[in-house]
Design a protein around this ligand. Sequence first.
Ligand code: SAM
Length: 271
Amino acid sequence: MGTPLTSGSATLPSDAPLSADGDRHFEGLAEKFSAGLYGSPRGALRLALLDHCLPRQLELGGQPLLDVGGGLGQMAAWFAARGHDVTLAEPAEEMLARARQALAGQSVRFLREPLQRLPEAAPGPWPLIVCHAVFEWLADPEAALATLAGLLAPGGQLSLMVFNRDALRFSNVVKGNLEKALADRLEGTGRRQRLTPISPLTHDQIATWAEARGLEITAVAGIRVFQDYLRERHPDEAQLKQLLALERRYCDVEPHWRLGRYLLYTLHKPE
Ligand SMILES: C[S@@+](CC[C@H](N)C(=O)[O-])C[C@H]1O[C@@H](n2cnc3c(N)ncnc32)[C@H](O)[C@@H]1O
């Protein structure tokens, strides 16, 4: 094991599979991510809720969009089906190859680039940027928000989804990981094949960073405010349907949205 590097509150070994920026690119994780998330009821619920929330949160008129850390391409497919020209940027070759395959024939351009390179590789400015479930894999998510703010056109919208640190604490307590919760040791290290995020974030962090960059939060919702806390590990179809109805009803209602596994924001750059 090499010399440790410090990133936020996580200590990372120098031989960890991290990028030069200290980020966890999903090289070698495509199958695990595909089967473990999108192949499960959690992934289906995430997509169903995004399908519910995005048209309510965003002003959509077929504008071109940049999908940052687009992964396997689920969101790119959603926007392409609604008439948007999508540029999907993703640093992990393996994820990008799968996205290319899944989106063959659709109006999507692919860039193998990390977020940090986009000011040169895809300067825009963009009327719409999507960045979902990426910040939690970055060593410096605050700098990433500054970069995205710079890529947005005046009047542009950023759909940002982040992994919620407060929900992570709550679920650790529910699962009985009391020592971890007491020590507030919630971050993953980005090592090996673990999918525990290295930078879970709080609403206060997003609100502070957005304000510092002149971005207004015009909408916020919690994605999966109930599902991760269910006692029933394998809900049946009928229960999943009821759960979706509850998630839809309370995703943007106080206080429930604050404990969503993910927080979904629309950030607007004033004209
Ligand atoms: C949890 S996946 C989310 C994928 C997709 N946005 C979605 O919502 O399904 C996180 C993705 O972020 C990518 N990623 C990690 N570091 C990145 C960086 N510096 N720039 C852009 N993407 C990055 C990973 O390779 C991975 O594909």
